[in-house]
Design a protein around this ligand. Structure first.
Ligand code: GDP
Length: 438
């Protein structure tokens, strides 16, 4: 993945999230100098399995599991300072040395207790399926120029004025929903004054730090959260998250130039899942959906919510390949399909007499859409021991080749289990997006 021309690589989910980005970041971080998160907040839940242990990281980049790697949380992330330190303390308790390896952008916005209070208020947010962790309201405050940034912790008076403004707005919202509960300035300030002495020493101008690292030839991995179809602009709006999950968002959310990013790796499951409401054209009916959910253990790492499951949707992934400029695909969870006799790939949607082969922006177009499937033979063999393409059954190779053709992107990695070593590095990739880092 990393070579002399490709040193800054962005990893994005190319479906609706939960594609196994955490595992790929963990695998690729072995050769990285830096891993940087660029959007989202504590609603992300990357799972990394090391030996018998599993770690769920909500805010800290998965690269923290590699002792030599430095990690940063970029300006595009909304940072929950309370849970950040819970996560840091858990890592330290597990013997992972975080000291001097984790930095937070001075420009990142803070998720404060009042954001969580307003998050679950509206029926709209329940329909969209927010995680109730205050992420959406924190991004709303950011866009409304009402947010509190990490750097504001340096100035108590200014901080208090900003918190007062945020609390006033939150309380107006709470009142408008007839909720008796109120946010309060003093308790928010007490929390921030308790946490500031821990946050400020790890606060940096992350954009500058990463810019310098790139100039010095460092390998930098930019770690996305959620998935491309949840992107605020390119996803299935309004059933989306509040940030730019796609590769363009990486430049903005770290504070580096788009031309400094050389490659974009899209992570996809060998099938499709999504959490919460919104379109999922290839969704399987029961009992097949439940069977895939059971085999893939498709329950949210952060929320425990069951995920909706369906066949691989090549229309969706080709769309993601386009909007992200994917140079490679990593197909995860191939092993989950090991027992299926027949496996389907969706190549388009039929709506009345119309055939859609490009993913539409108008979700109404998907109402009643009939996925057009290509059926392939399953391999009905255990793939979890394969460490090269040659060790995969012929039918599995054929399935992967068809995905490459339909998505028009080469597969660079195949994951066949939860463990670090259960990975096939294919080594194929398209040319870097650009090679102009320096
Ligand atoms: P992320 O948010 O994209 O990192 O995805 P999650 O961590 O929510 O979900 C991925 C889940 O799938 C985790 O529990 C991973 O350990 C697991 N996983 C990743 N790759 C594979 C794989 O190849 N096979 C199987 N069976 N599980 C995998």
């Amino acid at each position: 993945m990393f070579d002399s021309r490709t040193r800054t690589v962005v990893i994005v989910g190319a479906q609706w999230g939960d594609e196994g980005k955490g595992k790929l970041v963990d695998v690729l971080a072995e050769r990285a100098d830096w891993v940087v998160r660029y959007q989202g907040g504590a609603n992300a839940g990357h799972t990394v399995h090391i030996g018998e242990k599993s770690f769920v990281l909500h805010q800290i980049p998965s690269g923290i599991m590699h002792p030599g790697v430095r990690c940063a949380i970029g300006n595009g992330v909304v940072l929950d300072p309370d849970t950040l330190f819970t996560e840091i303390d858990e890592l330290i308790a597990d013997g992972i040395d975080v000291q001097g390896r984790l930095y937070v952008s001075d420009r990142a916005h803070l998720v404060l207790p009042y954001h969580k209070m307003v998050d679950s208020l509206s029926s709209a947010s329940r329909e969209i399926g927010t995680t109730g962790r205050g992420i959406g309201p924190a991004y709303e405050d950011k866009i409304a120029r009402r947010g509190v940034r990490v750097l504001d912790l340096r100035h108590t008076d200014r901080l208090r004025a900003l918190v007062e403004r945020g609390v006033k707005h939150a309380n107006a919202l709470l009142a408008s929903f007839g909720v008796a509960e109120r946010a309060d300035v003093d308790s928010t300030m007490t929390l921030l004054q308790r946490l500031a002495p821990r946050i400020l020493p790890i606060t940096e101008d992350v954009g500058l730090v990463i810019h310098r690292a790139i100039k010095q030839g460092a390998n930098v991995l930019l770690e996305g959260a959620q998935g491309s179809l949840l992107d605020i602009d390119h996803g299935t709006y309004p059933f989306v998250t509040s940030s730019s999950t796609t590769s363009g968002g990486a430049a903005i959310g770290v504070g580096i130039a788009p031309t400094a990013i050389h490659a974009a790796l899209g992570i996809v499951k060998a099938y499709t899942t999504r959490v919460g409401n919104g379109p999922l054209p290839t969704e399987l009916e029961e009992p097949l959906g439940a069977e895939m959910r059971r085999l893939g253990n498709e329950f949210g790492a952060t929320t425990g919510r069951p995920r909706r499951c369906g066949w691989f949707d090549a229309v969706v992934v080709r769309y993601a390949a386009r909007v992200n400029g994917l140079t490679g695909l990593a197909v995860t969870k191939l092993d989950v399909l090991d027992t299926f006799e027949k496996i389907a790939l969706c190549t388009g949607y039929k709506v009345g007499d119309d055939l859609y082969t490009e993913f539409p922006g108008d979700l109404a177009a998907l109402d009643g859409a009939q996925p057009q499937y290509e059926w392939m033979d399953g391999w009905q063999q255990d793939t979890s021991h394969a460490r090269s393409l040659d060790e995969l059954p012929a039918a599995a190779r054929k399935y992967l080749e068809r995905i490459e053709e339909l998505v028009e992107t080469p597969i660079s990695h195949v994951s066949v289990g939860t463990r670090r070593d259960q990975i096939i590095s294919v080594g194929r990739e398209a040319s870097p997006v650009s090679s102009g880092a320096n």
